[in-house]
Design a protein around this ligand. Structure first.
Ligand code: GPV
Length: 839
């Protein structure tokens, strides 16, 4: 099949033409759109001018894709997510459009440095970590696979906070990402929708005398959509990220104004705008705040109304809604969509309950992302009653019918009814959002094989027993466009010159690298690239206390949110152990290591913040100690985000994936590291299990207890104190911290960390300590054999194909969404010179 593709010139003359047009574009945007001239333009002005020029080149594809959405035979995936951690757009868009080189050339001929402009972009950090970044990778793959899709979420005015360090402590700075202007979004003011809250419900008779219920909200807010085009890689499809921003409805303002309460009206307006003001910075923790619940309801209601509007634009009624839309709930954050869609169908569109339920359950599917009990969302019934009274009624009715089914299935079993009920009645009453999501959709999926297995056996065991086919696995994946082509240009170029570029859209093709692991010339180039990437980071971050970072060292990296279950403190205990060994034996034969950390702690997570302080305190002592700092150094990169990820994954030698088995649902950083030729030291947790299977056990540094051993250990009565008493090195390492060696003699500062480890050690750091230290010994030995290390690294990259988000999305399409690619034809041309004629 030949299909017409956007083509920005392959012949020489076309190339020159393109560059000329781009240069004109920059100048035009600077003058007309930004209103400045070259002499007084700032770097931000240039960034905006270049971005607008690039955006123009996406528009024809974008508009044609939206047109394709409106064709009756195209089915749309709606990805509902409270978080989208997109990362910078400009570089990615240049790569996906295929005009990076031309734009770089046009920039250079205009006296601009494209790299500097790319680096200037303020990334939209509208997510906390893995879950939000997964949503972004999935949008990339959906577009690249030509699947019509809309990402629906919240346009937070303040995204994830910026992290700074103050005397080693985390400081949070507000993220004013919109301040410099966002050239990638289109405000669609005329597509606003209204969303209610509070008030009451009432019964009334409709025109046919039928008794109905309606919700009379106490307040309304307006949701304004802002659309960001999401380019596929070298295809015509440009999907849409539609983020909702809250505003006060005008009518409401005027009502107040007319009775003279001007300040009251302004106050109300402010309250309305609070809804989309800030992203909750908690990862894997439910906060129980009414504003958070309302954020969820706000974007979900906007999105469902939007889909209904799109649907009714094409069809007479909503009967076939689930043929037009497949709606994925990214964790339970958007699970209030289930009662909201029921309300819209029953109360507004007058469907009877059973028909409505049929539509709803065929529409939704739910992805679970965690096994941590504290992350499972539950909302106090009283809170829902106040904020969303009609939804609470609907939830009760859903539950009543569901529990009838459960009782029928398990006669006399009151326990199973209690466990499966959407309402938790064990104490204060709560709505369990996971139960609601399980009941309200047709599929539930975990995000790695082990995670799904544990969901089946524990967290969702009752649901799995009731509906054995509903719970499935779809292992996470990440996009090789951003995580290789954009972030690691050197390695991508080497791979391209060795095996072509099919791997970019078919990552399994990396397998062709396998024989090159034996090719010494290739291996040498591979090493040179890793070295160059490492040098980059050494020049970027100068060591404050000791000698500059050494690019020859083993770069041992742990970047992810700071969480006790992820066990950054296990990593730290290993560092302190090496420190002591070197102090005791200066002749010790170990390779120099640079330990790199990155990650934010939730502002209210005391222990995580103390662990950050501890890492920085150990860094200060170790880096400043000339007896060790030639062989041991620590760098905590502040403000870890997507942008920093771009430089971190390509330079890593060793990827730390050391969570306690059974705690990390999947992990996705583990995939990004391996793709870029880092070896993993890891536990049998999350997707590590599958990564190890793929790359081969001999190319993976495994340590620690597996899930079964963790359970057995706990059942036998785990006492960390015993390990502390018996293990001399561990004892000494802990004592060094406890006695104030890293805190200027202060023995109190780190006591909470020490106490937690010795008294409860909920994540069994001590139980895995020796296995970890031994495994790290092996890592060091292998690193001293560069040929062997490089071979292993190449084999990791060659065998990582499974973890492309293209594979994940293909599975979602087949197993859950029942959607197929819908290639976009460029039927709508750009505006002709003579202008347009309005219909
Ligand atoms: I629930 N995850 C996250 O980042 N935030 C959350 O609130 C929840 C889950 C993460 C998991 O921790 C990772 O293991 C997983 O890889 C990621 O979601 C994507 O599935």
């Amino acid at each position: 099949m030949t299909k017409k593709k956007a083509n920005y010139g392959n012949s020489q003359t076309n190339e020159r033409k393109t560059i000329k047009k781009l240069k004109r574009g920059f100048a035009y945007k600077l003058f007309y759109q930004l209103g400045v001239w070259t002499q007084n333009a700032s770097l931000n002005d240039y960034y905006l001018a270049v971005s607008y020029t690039v955006r123009d080149r996406m528009q024809q594809l974008f508009i044609n894709t939206i047109r394709a959405f409106q064709q009756k035979d195209s089915k749309i995936v709606s990805y509902l997510s409270a978080e989208f951690l997109m990362g910078p757009h400009l570089h990615n868009n240049l790569i996906n459009l295929g005009i990076y080189d031309q734009v770089a050339q046009a920039a250079a001929e205009s006296g601009l440095d494209l790299q500097q402009i790319i680096d200037h972009e303020e990334e939209p950090g509208l997510g906390n970590g893995g879950l939000g970044r997964l949503a972004a990778c999935y949008l990339d793959s959906l577009a690249s696979l030509e699947i019509p899709a809309i990402g629906y979420g919240i346009r937070y005015e303040f995204g994830m906070f910026d992290q700074a360090f103050d005397n080693g402590w985390q400081k949070e700075l507000s993220d004013r990402w919109l301040q410099p202007g966002n050239p990638w979004e289109f405000k669609k003011a005329d597509m606003a929708v209204e969303v209610g809250s509070g008030g009451y419900t009432e019964q009334y008779k409709d025109d046919h005398g039928k008794l109905r219920v309606r919700w009379v909200p106490g307040k309304l807010v307006k949701g304004i959509p802002y659309d960001t085009p999401i380019l596929g890689y070298r295809v015509n499809t440009v999907n849409m990220l539609r983020l909702w921003s809250a505003e006060a409805p005008k009518s409401f303002d005027f009502a107040e104004f007319n009775v003279g309460d001007y300040l009251g009206a302004v106050h109300e307006k402010m309250l309305a705008e609070t809804i989309s003001k800030v992203l909750y910075p908690n990862d894997e923790q439910s906060h129980g705040k009414a504003l958070r619940l309302y954020q969820q309801y706000f974007f979900v209601s906007c999105s469902m109304q939007d889909m209904i509007r799109i649907h009714l634009f094409q069809f007479e009624n909503l009967d076939n809604f689930s043929d037009k839309f497949a709606v994925q709930l990214n964790d339970t954050h958007p699970a209030i969509a289930v009662p909201e869609f029921m309300r819209l169908l029953v109360d507004v569109h007058h469907y009877d309950w059973d028909s409505a339920w049929e539509i709803v359950t065929h529409t939704f599917a739910y992805t679970n992302h965690t096994l941590l009990p504290e992350a499972l969302e539950k909302w106090p019934v009283a809170m829902l009653a106040g904020l969303l009274p009609r939804h609470l009624e609907i939830i009760y009715e859903i539950n009543r019918r569901f529990l009838d089914l459960v009782r029928l299935e398990y006669p006399g079993d009151v326990d199973v009814v209690r466990r499966m009920s959407i309402i938790d009645e064990t104490g204060e009453r709560y709505v369990r959002m996971a139960n609601l999501a399980c009941v309200g959709g047709h599929a539930i999926n975990g995000v790695a094989q082990l995670h799904t297995k544990l969901l089946k056996e524990h967290t969702l065991v009752d649901f799995h027993r009731l509906w054995p086919d509903k719970l499935i696995n779809i292992t996470n994946g990440v996009t090789p466009r951003r995580w290789m082509v954009v972030s690691n240009p050197r390695l991508s170029q080497l791979i391209r010159s060795a095996i072509g570029e099919e791997w970019i859209t078919d990552l399994k093709k990396l397998q062709a690298l396998e024989p090159l692991a034996e090719d010494s010339a290739f291996c040498e180039k591979w090493q040179q690239i890793k070295f160059a990437n490492k040098q980059d980071i050494c020049t970027m971050f100068a060591c404050k206390q000791g000698p500059n970072y050494n690019p020859q060292a083993l770069f041992d990296v742990q970047v992810k949110r700071i969480h006790e279950y992820k066990r950054q403190h296990l990593n730290l205990l290993h560092i302190v152990t090496l420190y002591q060994r070197l102090k005791n034996n200066p002749e010790l034969d170990i390779p120099p290591r640079l330990f790199i950390f990155g990650g934010k702690a939730a502002p209210s997570y005391f222990m995580a913040k103390l662990i950050i302080k501890l890492i920085n305190s150990v860094a200060e002592v170790v880096n400043g100690d000339p007896a060790v700092n030639k062989r041991l150094q620590i760098l905590f990169i502040p403000n870890y985000n997507v942008q920093i990820g771009h430089i971190v994954y390509p330079m890593a030698d060793l990827s730390e994936q050391i969570s306690l088995a059974g705690k990390e649902a999947s992990g996705t950083g583990n995939m990004k590291f391996a793709m870029n030729g880092a070896l993993t030291v890891g536990t049998l947790d999350g997707a590590n299990v599958e990564i190890r299977e793929e790359v081969g056990a001999e190319n993976f540094f495994l340590f620690g207890m597996n899930v079964g051993e963790v359970e057995a250990r706990r059942a036998a009565g785990y006492n960390p104190q015993d390990i502390y008493n018996e293990n001399k090195e561990l004892h000494a390492a802990i004592n060094l911290i406890a006695t104030g060696h890293f805190s200027h003699g202060d023995r109190e500062l780190f006591r909470p960390v020490i106490d937690s480890l010795l008294k409860h050690d909920p994540f069994m750091v001590l139980a895995d300590y020796q296995a970890y230290v031994d495994c790290q010994q092996q890592v060091g030995e292998v690193f001293q054999d560069p040929q062997r290390w490089t071979r292993m690294a190449i084999l990791n990259a060659a065998r990582i194909g499974k973890f492309s988000s293209d594979r994940s999305i293909t599975e979602y399409c087949r197993k859950i969404w029942q959607v197929k690619p819908f290639p976009v034809a460029l039927t709508l041309q750009r505006v002709p010179d003579g202008g347009i004629k309005f219909p």
